[in-house]
Design a protein around this ligand. Structure first.
Ligand code: G3D
Ligand code: MG
Length: 185
């Protein structure tokens, strides 16, 4: 019988206000997108389970991702370290239509890793449905991605583009770290 390991992993969604963090979670977990703005009150946690198979051994890992949503406003920044505590990965989100939010990626990633250490990050250039990707200047985001050894994706909660893939990528990295930790890879 296949052995299934159970893991619980906390991940955080980071990024300036209104970049689309809550919409990304809603799209990923409930497969829906709502144009009505819903302000996140404090933090909110959503759970999603993922199952990964070991590439060669008869072993499965079920990861219960605890996805923490946050209020991005700077007034709440003193609470951020409390919210980050115990997280093992992060999705750092920028709004493709607002260059200032791309610059902020570095600040969010730095603050996060200062509290939790060098956990894996995925950077998202979000609201990709609103821009022309072929002419979009990626240089700043690419520089930041490189600095944090993070992958960079264009995402849209409106079309669903790359939403599931981005969460899966983080889940996959966490799973791979687990296999390494137990010397199964
Ligand atoms: P936040 O949780 O980071 O603060 P929200 O951001 O998820 O609340 O989203 C902020 C606004 O961006 C919302 O619009 C939401 O509908 C919109 N949005 C989120 N993701 C996308 C996307 O992929 N494409 C487009 N076109 N819009 C998106 P409003 O108008 O309510 O402020
Ligand atoms: Mg929100």
């Amino acid at each position: 019988m296949t052995e299934t390991k159970e893991l619980i992993k906390k991940i955080c969604l980071l990024g300036d206000a209104a970049v689309g963090k809550t919409s990304l979670i809603r799209r990923y977990v409930y497969s829906s997108f709502d144009d009505k703005y819903i302000t996140t009150i404090g933090t909110k946690v959503t759970k999603k389970s993922l199952v990964f198979k070991h590439p060669s051994q008869d072993m499965k890992v079920r990861i219960s991702l605890l996805i923490w949503d946050i209020l991005g406003q700077k007034e709440y920044s003193r609470l951020h370290p409390v919210y980050y505590q115990g997280a093992e990965g992060g999705l750092v989100v920028a709004d493709a239509t607002r260059p200032a939010t791309i610059k902020s990626l570095e600040e969010w990633a730095t603050g996060f890793q200062k509290t939790v250490g060098s956990v894996p990050l995925v950077l998202l250039i979000h609201k990709a449905d609103l821009i022309d990707k072929s002419t979009f200047d990626l240089s700043e985001a690419e520089r930041i991605a490189k600095k944090f050894n993070a992958r960079l994706h264009f995402t849209s909660a409106k079309t669903g583009e790359n939403v599931e893939a981005s969460f899966l990528e983080l889940g996959n990295t966490l799973c791979y770290s687990f296999f390494k930790k137990i010397n199964a890879i």
